[in-house]
Ligand binder design. Structure first.
Ligand SMILES: C[S@@+](CC[C@H](N)C(=O)[O-])C[C@H]1O[C@@H](n2cnc3c(N)ncnc32)[C@H](O)[C@@H]1O
Length: 274
């Protein structure tokens, strides 16, 4: 068997082992980036083969936790792609205002920057009191950090700039207090936020939402897995509910392409038809 075939076989076995033992399904994640992350873990654990890593993962949950962190790339920032948040103000908020009570799902919320950004927009638009946000992620560690709302002070310059670009109306520094080299965001911003662990691949729908935000998560998934998650989102949206994807993502070419109308093609905002 050629070396690359052997590696492909070992990778398949590793991902199967992870799924069967820990219940996390990474079998449909894009292979090239998975492979890079797995090899990094092999090196860092002082191992030599994918099978060697499989053995360690099955017998040592700490090694699995480290692999999980490697897999779930958590890069995020506040008001990421500021034009997205101005589109939320201009095009999504007016729709949400037509509901007496609003439920929002932020899927793949990472360390919380996106959740605090949206909470700030909702507060400024007068919607915060009648909105509940469910912010979920596969990774328990990032959720713990989301709840704290503590971010490095050195990021505030960029975040202030992006907050203003996103149409922010207040003084951004009023939303946080500084403690040395970190800031803590006003905890009341997340009074109406439920942070919970949820795996988009294996967990089912848990509510009906007026808006689902899932940005920069499915870029790591292959087509079959993306279709599966789109099925979950379709099921979880109310009729005429809004789906927001990341700038590099699209509903086109998925099994549900025809079930949405474009609300803003650049900002990847879609509205569920009937
Ligand atoms: C790049 S971050 C995106 C964060 C944020 N949405 C943004 O756009 O800034 C991707 C997040 O997706 C999460 N994720 C990856 N696979 C997931 C899955 N199967 N279910 C739920 N979350 C997942 C990761 O843990 C990570 O926090």
């Amino acid at each position: 068997m050629a070396r690359s075939d052997l590696e492909a076989l070992e990778l398949r076995l590793l991902l199967d082992a992870v799924y069967q033992h820990y219940g996390y399904d990474f079998r449909g994640y894009a292979r090239t980036s998975l492979k890079r992350r797995i090899w990094r873990r092999i090196m860092e654990e002082g191992l030599e083969t994918v099978s060697g890593l499989q053995e360690r993962i099955l017998h040592d949950p700490d090694v699995f936790e480290r692999l999980l962190v490697d897999f779930s790339i958590n890069v995020t920032s506040m008001f990421r792609d500021p034009t997205f948040f101005s589109a939320v103000r201009d095009k999504v908020v007016p729709v949400l205002k037509t509901y007496p009570f609003v439920r929002i799902w932020i899927a793949g919320c990472s360390t919380g920057e996106e959740t605090y950004s949206l909470a700030i927009v909702l507060r400024e638009e007068g919607l915060a009191d009648r909105t509940r946000i469910y912010a979920t992620d596969i990774n328990g560690e990032v959720l713990r950090r989301s709840k704290e709302g503590v971010f490095p002070v050195e990021r505030m310059k960029d975040y202030t700039r992006d907050y203003l670009k996103a149409g922010g109306r207040e003084s951004f520094s009023d939303y946080y207090k500084t403690y040395g080299d970190v800031v803590r965001f006003d905890p009341t911003l997340v009074d109406n936020v439920v942070f919970a662990q949820h795996n988009l691949v294996s967990d089912s729908s848990f509510n009906e939402f007026n808006l689902i935000v899932c940005r920069n998560v499915m870029i790591y998934f292959d087509r079959a897995l993306q279709d599966k998650v789109h099925e979950l989102f379709y099921e979880s949206l109310v009729r005429f509910g809004i789906l927001a994807l990341g700038h590099k993502e699209t509903i086109r070419f998925t099994g549900h392409a025809d079930d949405y109308a474009e609300l803003d093609s650049h900002e990847k905002l879609y509205r569920r038809l009937a």
